[in-house]
Design a protein around this ligand. Structure first.
Ligand code: AMO
Length: 443
């Protein structure tokens, strides 16, 4: 009796003989003389085979096993036992299992609600079925490797991991994108970013910190890169001279993450998505925003003037320029105007209309914002007032700067956006385990 489950990816290296595998039914080919089942688990797929019994006249004799196979619906979870046999003629992994028994753990409904060509919204309704696709499984193994590599980098470099609260008394980014919730007799807000509390770790004397956690934005838009809840990857460091030090940290982290993903999954990613993971060279190109706009205009695209920001098409254009000119997939756009940056960004000493800040663009889309923070409390209060904020409401935050604080800065980065752009996928829904948007709270 075989009781020990073998993962399908380990069958090729296992010796022929009794074996047990567990997974779900991918396909059944119920032929007259022989039945085939392709069984899939989290590590791969294997062919199970059951030659039908025949009588002396060649007629098939039904038995319990063949009946069970005939009745299998796609998606059924089961444990199969049998004899493992290596056979290089078998296309799927060069092994097959001659079935001796099946134990059904969870039968599937025979009608599958989604197919390969189902649109993204319907697939999200049935996300647990959608995630059975090997490609989707790979996305989340890549995510695991990426986060692990980042965490390793932080730990090896003496960063402290934080978990800041997600229930807040005020907004930290824009008041327009704020979720309000009932909180006993009053109101609370869902955290849009760990911004204030990751900064608090600097006067707390922690030096270098990181957090990977949820962030919430009441953003009503239906774009391919916005969610109402996303995983924010944040880091904040003391004793910087300018945002240049933050960009240096940022690019080292990106390199560590991409190297780990390339080493572990490069070949699988190439096979599944047709994409080569490129470990970027450092330093990444850095272009001040004003210059980026000039470059984009020269390419024939005029960024709309209604604000001082770069729009999505401008980001695509500057990324194309950087790719052509430097062969690089990343670019730091620096020195954003104070008018479009939050009050907590430090401004240039010689030109207060500009900030010590940047956006990181990867394959044409913003994945991150970073900055040196204003740590001089009088200047900070002045900047808050200029943005129409009431310093009294921010008093708890301003206190962080009243009892001694080092110069500091950091960044926030959207995890699903990084994955989307790394794998050349067109929608953040594909790289978010369970997407949340204006019309989606289920599953
Ligand atoms: P920002 O608001 O630019 O900066 O957000 C940082 C990064 O978070 C991701 N992101 C989103 N991802 C999915 N859906 C959304 N609605 C969404 N909003 C933001 C993006 C973005 O680049 N506190 C600052 C960061 C800092 O200065 O440290 C902040 O939150 O990838």
């Amino acid at each position: 009796m075989v009781t020990q489950r073998t993962l399908i990816k380990n069958l090729a290296a296992a010796t022929d003989g009794p074996v047990s595998v567990s997974g779900w039914v991918d396909t059944v080919r119920d032929q007259k003389k022989v039945q085939f089942v392709v069984l899939r688990d989290e590590s791969g797929a294997v062919q199970l085979v059951n030659p039908r019994l025949t009588d002396d006249d060649g007629a098939t004799i039904a038995n319990e096993l063949s009946d069970a196979i005939s009745g299998l619906a796609q998606g059924t979870f089961l444990t199969a036992t049998g004899e493992l046999k290596h056979d290089e003629r078998v296309k799927l992994g060069g092994v097959e299992i001659k079935l001796e028994g099946l134990e059904i753990a969870g039968a599937a409904n025979p009608e599958t609600p989604i197919a390969d060509d189902t649109g993204v919204d319907k697939r999200m309704d049935w996300r647990f079925l959608d995630l059975r696709q090997p490609k989707n499984n790979l996305i989340f193994r890549v995510q695991t490797t990426l986060e692990h590599a980042w965490r390793t980098y932080w730990v090896e470099n003496d960063f402290v991991e934080l978990h800041t609260p997600k229930l807040m008394a005020s907004a930290s980014e824009s008041k327009a994108e704020l979720f309000e919730v009932d909180y006993f007799e009053g109101k609370a807000y869902l955290s849009q970013s760990p911004q204030f509390f990751k900064q608090m770790a600097q006067p707390a004397g922690f030096g270098k910190i990181f957090e990977v956690g949820p962030a919430f934005r009441a953003d009503p838009s239906f774009t391919s890169r916005h969610a109402t809840e996303f995983t924010s990857v944040d880091s904040e460091i003391s004793w910087i001279d300018s945002h240049e030090d933050v960009m240096k940290l940022h690019e080292e982290l990106i390199v560590a993450g991409f190297q780990a993903v390339k080493d572990k999954h490069g070949a699988e990613i190439e096979a599944a998505f047709g994409v080569e993971v490129v470990v970027p060279t450092t330093p990444f190109p850095r272009i001040p925003l004003a210059e980026a706009k000039r470059i984009v205009a020269e390419r024939g695209y005029e960024v709309p003037r209604h604000d001082d920001d770069m729009d999505p098409e401008g980001e695509r254009q500057i990324a194309a320029y950087v790719k052509e000119t430097f062969g690089h997939e990343f670019v730091f756009l620096t020195d954003y105007a104070s008018s479009i940056r939050p009050f907590y960004h430090m401004r240039h000493a010689d030109d207060p209309s500009l900030t010590n800040s940047y956006d990181l663009i990867f394959n044409g889309v913003e994945i991150s914002t970073g900055a040196q923070r204003e740590h001089r409390v009088d200047v900070l209060i002045e900047q808050a007032k200029q943005k129409g904020l009431d310093p009294e409401e921010l008093d708890f935050y301003l206190d962080f700067f009243r009892y001694g604080v080092p110069p500091h800065g950091g960044f926030g980065m959207g995890l699903s956006r990084v994955l989307m752009l790394m794998l050349h996928l067109s929608n953040i829904r594909e790289t978010t385990y369970l997407f949340r948007g204006p019309t989606r709270l289920l599953p």
